[in-house]
Ligand binder design. Sequence first.
Ligand SMILES: [Zn+2]
Length: 291
Amino acid sequence: MNDYMVRATAADAQIRAFAATTRDMTEAARVHHNSSPIATAAVGRLMTAGAMMGSMMKNDTDVLTLQIKGSGPIQGITVTADSRGNVKGYAFDPNVMLPPKNGKLDVGGAVGAGVLSVIKDMGLKEPYGGQIELQTGEIAEDLTYYFATSEQIPSSVGLGVLMNKDNSVCCAGGFIIQVMPFIEEEVLDRLEANISKVSSVTEMLKDGHTPEEMLKQVLEGFEVEITDTMPAQFTCNCSKERIRKAIVSLGKKEIQEMIDAAEPIEVNCQFCNTQYHFTVEELKEILKQSK
Ligand SMILES: [Zn+2]
């Protein structure tokens, strides 16, 4: 696994920045779900953002969920991440195919109109949540809008996934640049000028840019200090025991119906597509634990 992300500050901490290379986690998601290029790109973009946004959380046990629900054929995407670079994600319909738009994968068309929810579970009674209307469905623009409106942090988000001709993932990655409230006007002007002329994330990745080099390009002319480097990876923490608990929570009536069907059942983990099997005997045991 070669995925990693960096955190940095620039211009005397008036700017904070994140960048990641996420080819391997995106390819892992593609293999788990045997997903189409457009679904792989959509999930890869959201997982890349998830990795970086997860690393903004403070505690090891904090969990970030990014959820998109849209009117397009992909229907939705769910990604979760912790603060240590463990990310997983899936598209509701991983088989979506659409013609390219302007020579690119039409992620916006696959997602359609809808909402993006950001849920941070930090072990408090109520998880923190923010929700916005999707702006383009291209994900990076939607997250930029989320940061501006829900967190009041002016940000620039760039995300990219490039596929090989054989439909495996060539490269994936992205950056998040955020400015602090005390930013000086000339620093902001310069940053905005940089961002307007920076090449796309996929261009930078295709040219072999590392996360550090991506930040160097976006933050050209600033003193950049890399403060942290962290590995990132696709990790699913599912297990038969977790699936068993999910079945218990369905309630007696539903479990009894499964038992009455007299057939073993098969449950797929949505995140990694692993199949778990339960015999009728096991279901009877589960029924005893259920309320
Ligand atoms: Zn799983």
